[in-house]
Design a protein around this ligand. Structure first.
Ligand SMILES: [Zn+2]
Ligand SMILES: [Zn+2]
Length: 425
């Protein structure tokens, strides 16, 4: 049956490349993926797939089924990220597909078309839902805060909103794939981790005065921020290697004019960790340090926080199914396993509630999130990757022992009500 599915993917090869090119050249930021949605929906309906449900401005889902269970969830992310200088960047806001999300969309659609033929002809039994998720990148915060205020969304990340709205509740498990850049040593990866993070905005408040004539009358907010950056750097020696903590940020307002003692300085930062407990503790430590560094020189520090994404717990049993389906296409030595990636994604939040995996694929040239990222090996990105995915779904739908195994080892880490409380805290 897998050979049949692979042949269907090959049959649509040229169409997929055309769709891939169109999407790559239509990058849009999260919750603004309007044209992207239109392009995908037109493509799907032309292949007899109806849109089942839409949500959160640009998110939607399609389902193919000849039974209610098993129910497999597939995930494609829609959004791009600002990347100044990328040849395909959107002149409006510099959005470009430098995280490769447009490639996920195409390989997931390729998989879905193959599964559709098999399910329509009753060669496979079950249900597959492809979720097109908006806004994975944690950016464009002011716009999204406005959407939260207008009650259009509840939280910054697309999947966070979908979790809160119980959109994934019915699926047995979720499969996702993400670009991992150039092919060097490894062709694919499985079980790669992602860190959790919290976004922080520190406002250092001092007192302005003439910087040359009357510095003694001012309170230098930039000095307060500098003092805090020293404290943050000193805290690094306390980090455990196994937690893979990261603290990094940018000064988005360093003062108003050179002539005046800066009275208002803003430092925006992320705190990341593989451990949820460490993340919370480190977050408190940094807040204390910022407030007391400001206090030490007579300034004040107000801190705004937005809870980011949770560390990603890849489902091991589900990853093993995908790993087995990589083997027909790649030497096992070219499959990276258990990589410790400190990137973050809202797929981490989904892994709190459902057995979830994300596997990585190469076939790109340039740097992820860089202005030179492009697809250099379309056959790997669109053909091989979708064959791996489709092979995995066929296994899950034809041999119940896989899902039994996955369900017996999976434990949800919190309820959705607890999750909402955490995000609001
Ligand atoms: Zn990204
Ligand atoms: Zn991404």
């Amino acid at each position: 049956m897998k050979e049949l599915a692979y042949a269907i993917i090959d049959k649509y090869h040229d169409e997929f490349l055309e769709l891939a090119d169109t999407l790559f050249k239509t990058p849009e930021l999260g919750y603004k993926e309007v044209k992207t949605k239109q392009i995908i929906q037109t493509f799907l309906t032309s292949h007899g797939i109806q849109i089942e449900k839409e949500y959160f401005q640009t998110g939607f889902q399609v389902t193919i089924a000849n039974a209610d269970k098993p129910h497999i969830g597939l995930i494609a992310e829609l959004d791009a990220i600002p990347t100044i200088g990328h040849p395909c960047s959107n002149p409006l806001d510099n959005a470009a597909h430098s995280c490769g999300h447009s490639t996920q969309v195409v390989m997931m659609i390729a998989s879905l078309l193959a599964l559709k033929e098999l399910i329509d002809e009753n060669k496979l039994t079950g249900k597959v839902t492809l979720f097109f998720c908006p806004a994975e990148e944690f950016i464009d915060i002011e716009y999204r805060k406005q959407l939260i205020e207008n009650k259009t969304i509840y939280a910054i990340g697309g999947k966070q909103n979908m979790i809160i709205d119980h959109i994934f509740d019915d699926v047995d498990c979720c499969l996702h794939a993400h670009g991992m850049g150039e092919f060097r040593k490894y062709r694919f990866n499985v079980k790669s981790s992602l860190a959790g993070f919290i976004y922080k905005k520190y406002h250092f408040e001092g007192k302005a005065s003439h910087a040359a004539m009357a510095p003694s009358e001012g309170i230098n907010a930039l000095s307060a921020c500098n003092l805090f950056l020293q404290a943050q750097a000193m805290l690094r020696e306390t980090f455990l290697d196994s937690d893979m903590n990261r603290v990094h940020g940018i000064i988005t307002n360093g003062g108003d004019v050179v002539n005046s003692i800066p009275s208002d300085v803003v430092y925006e930062a992320y705190v990341r960790s593989f451990s949820t407990t460490t993340l919370m503790n480190l977050n408190d430590q940094l807040s204390n340090a910022a407030k007391h560094c400001a206090y030490a020189i007579g300034a004040k520090c107000e801190i705004e926080e937005i809870k980011g994404y949770f560390p990603f717990n890849q489902d091991i049993a589900l990853s093993d199914v995908v790993y087995q389906n990589m083997l027909p296409f790649v030497n096992p030595l070219e499959i990276q396993t258990d990589e410790k990636s400190v990137a973050s994604g809202d797929i981490g939040d989904l892994s709190l509630f459902k057995p979830t995996i994300q596997f990585g694929y190469t076939g790109f040239k340039g740097t992820m999130h860089g202005k030179n990222l492009e697809v250099s090996e379309p056959d790997v990105v669109y053909n091989t990757t979708s064959k791996i995915l489709v092979g995995s779904v066929i296994d899950l739908l034809t041999d119940s022992s896989y899902l039994e195994n996955i369900h017996s080892s999976f434990r949800p880490q919190m309820t959705i009500d607890e999750y909402i409380k955490y995000l609001e805290s």
